[in-house]
Design a protein around this ligand. Structure first.
Ligand SMILES: Nc1ncnc2c1ncn2[C@@H]1O[C@H](COP(=O)(O)OP(=O)(O)O)[C@@H](O)[C@H]1O
Ligand SMILES: O=c1ccn([C@@H]2O[C@H](COP(=O)(O)OP(=O)(O)O)[C@@H](O)[C@H]2O)c(=O)[nH]1
Ligand SMILES: [Mg+2]
Length: 191
């Protein structure tokens, strides 16, 4: 049974940055759904390349059948760990339903780490990210924020109803955020 922490927040809130630090220090394996999709987009012979690229450019969400299988394969291929940081997923109702269906009996959600951050700061961070991404531009970011507000935030509210959300304010410095994140993981692993 895989132990999973979903890491959610607007684009540029610091999900990837904070997940890397957690992976380094707390024995959780970082799986960025976005990175897995970008790798699949490039994979020789992938039948999903063009579909993935159009969703990424549009800031819309790739069908869960593709993303969830990439995540499940990555978890199964990984060595032993305390758990998996599933970064940037589930992003909408289709993702949530698809995860519940495909991962029932195979994964348990320990909690949801929600990195909240004002959108203006997030957009600035993405525009300065410098990773040459096809979606770090004004046009795509506008759509990504729209998707986040209308499709992803409701997923955070869904988990909030079962008391699974741990919010960490992420407009601060990386060190300040990470100090709070360590406390969240310590508390969760004491329960
Ligand atoms: N707390 C922070 N303060 C300033 N810059 C940050 C902070 N967290 C992340 N960044 C930077 O902002 C950009 C987006 O961070 P990233 O971790 O990729 O966010 P996400 O995965 O949520 O899109 C990166 O260039 C990263 O270095
Ligand atoms: O589960 C996922 C994760 C990502 N994406 C797509 O990949 C893009 C980039 O996601 P990523 O998490 O890398 O963006 P970040 O939030 O880190 O800027 C998203 O806008 C979506 O188009 C998706 O469709 N499903
Ligand atoms: Mg990211």
């Amino acid at each position: 049974m895989h132990n999973v922490v979903f890491v959610l927040g607007p684009p540029g809130s610091g999900k990837g940055t904070i997940c890397s630090k957690i992976q380094e220090n707390l024995n959780y394996v970082h799986l960025s759904a976005g990175d897995l999709l970008r790798a699949e987009r490039q994979r020789e012979g992938s039948e999903y390349g063009a579909l993935i690229e159009s969703h990424i450019k549009n800031g819309s969400i790739v069908p869960v059948e593709i993303t969830c299988s990439l995540l499940e394969n990555a978890m199964n291929a990984s060595g032993d760990a305390k758990g998996f940081l599933v970064d940037g997923f589930p992003r909408n109702e289709d993702n949530l339903q698809g995860w519940n269906k495909q991962m029932e009996g195979k994964a348990v959600v320990q909690f949801v780490l929600f990195l909240s951050c004002p959108v203006s700061i997030c957009i600035d961070r993405c525009l300065n990210r410098g990773q040459g991404r096809t979606d770090d531009n004004e046009e795509s970011l506008k759509k990504r924020v729209e998707t986040y507000n209308h499709q992803t935030y409701p997923i955070i509210e869904h988990f909030e109803k079962s008391g699974l959300v741990r919010e960490v304010k992420s407009e601060r410095s990386i060190d300040e955020i990470y100090a709070d994140v360590v406390n969240v993981f310590n508390a969760a692993n004491k329960e």
